[in-house]
Ligand binder design. Sequence first.
Ligand SMILES: Nc1ncnc2c1ncn2[C@@H]1O[C@H](COP(=O)(O)OP(=O)(O)OP(=O)(O)O)[C@@H](O)[C@H]1O
Ligand SMILES: [Mg+2]
Length: 400
Amino acid sequence: MDKTSEKERINEIIESIMKVARGDYSVQVELSGKNDDLDSLAMGFNMMIDDLKASTVGLGYASNRIEETLNIIQRVARGDYAVACEVSGENDIFDALGMGVNMMIDDIRNGIEELRRANEKLQASEEELRASNEELEAANEELRATEEELRAANEELQTANEELREAQEQLVRSEKLASIGQLAGGVGHELRNPLGAIKNAVYYIKGKIAKSELGEKEPRVMEFLNIMDDEVNSSNKIINDLLSFSRVGKPAVSPTHIDKVIEDSLSHVPIPESIELVKELDADLPQVEVDPDQIRQVLVNTITNSVQAMPEGGKLTVAAGRRDNFLEIRVADTGYGIAEDTIGKIFDPLFTTKAKGIGLGLAVCKTIIDRHQGQIEVESEMGKGTAFTVKLPLIIKKDR
Ligand SMILES: Nc1ncnc2c1ncn2[C@@H]1O[C@H](COP(=O)(O)OP(=O)(O)OP(=O)(O)O)[C@@H](O)[C@H]1O
Ligand SMILES: [Mg+2]
């Protein structure tokens, strides 16, 4: 077709432009050879297309190489370190990029290898640590067991020691009691007769003096005789105490109503009016197998102590009741109490804090209650009062 018509030539140029706009760079506008403006335009267009084609090809190449490199980086990111970027040998920027990435991959691979080795070492030392830890725990366990054994043995030893100490104390007490008893019995017996003679003589002289002039002229003679009489009486009391102490023998037990023994004991001790007596005896008191005389002695001694501890008056409580397998008797006062440093000695024979005491009352109580296989306990607070509790077993073992 003749393309000389300008309109056609313009149309062709426009069509080519449209093709390029759609991405087709293969177009070329034919020149008419007229060398006119339209040919210049077509030439310019063709050159532009060539340029465009060249840069588009470059762009595609670049995009391909970048995509390849990106692919490799992505695979590395997913953990595949056995890859490498291909180097074209063109020595262009993409080769440089690929080499850089390859170096980076090498570094990462080496780092990972090092990490793996360090991890292996760590695991090995962890294993060693675990093993030594286990050994340590086993040793610890053994130690604990031995410690436990040691503690148990120690406890046994302590118990044995305690028992030994108690037995020794008991032995010393009974030895002491036996020799004191012997001495007291002998001395008491020896003194009883001369004291009796003195008492009779004083009585006789008092009778004579009362009727004589001397009595009137020298009233002090009578006074002295009265003093002698009083002193002989208190000496007699001491001798009686000593004798009763030396005579504490094996209890002669029989089924006993304890309330009767309590009443009997109370009638033996003069209780001043300044002291309020409170009796708390349970209604259903069981009978007990005891020696009533000896138990009365215990109650007389403790009640006497309570009365003596309340010179200004106070309250005396005597209580009795059943507690499990025991009959419990309690004598409590609101007296001056017992000091902490002496409470451990009050059951010792001859321990006393009183000017006129001998210190045998509680020693006798302890001996009697021991022989009944019972217990006697004390609680006291200075300035508040003291309570003695006697526990008598309701089921008696045969062997006393
Ligand atoms: N109820 C009590 N209140 C305060 N102290 C007491 C009481 N009972 C005993 N004691 C103390 O215990 C000591 C010993 O008492 P124990 O009855 O054995 O002897 P005593 O009363 O001193 O003399 P004895 O009873 O031979 O006449 C007393 O001297 C006293 O210190
Ligand atoms: Mg006493």
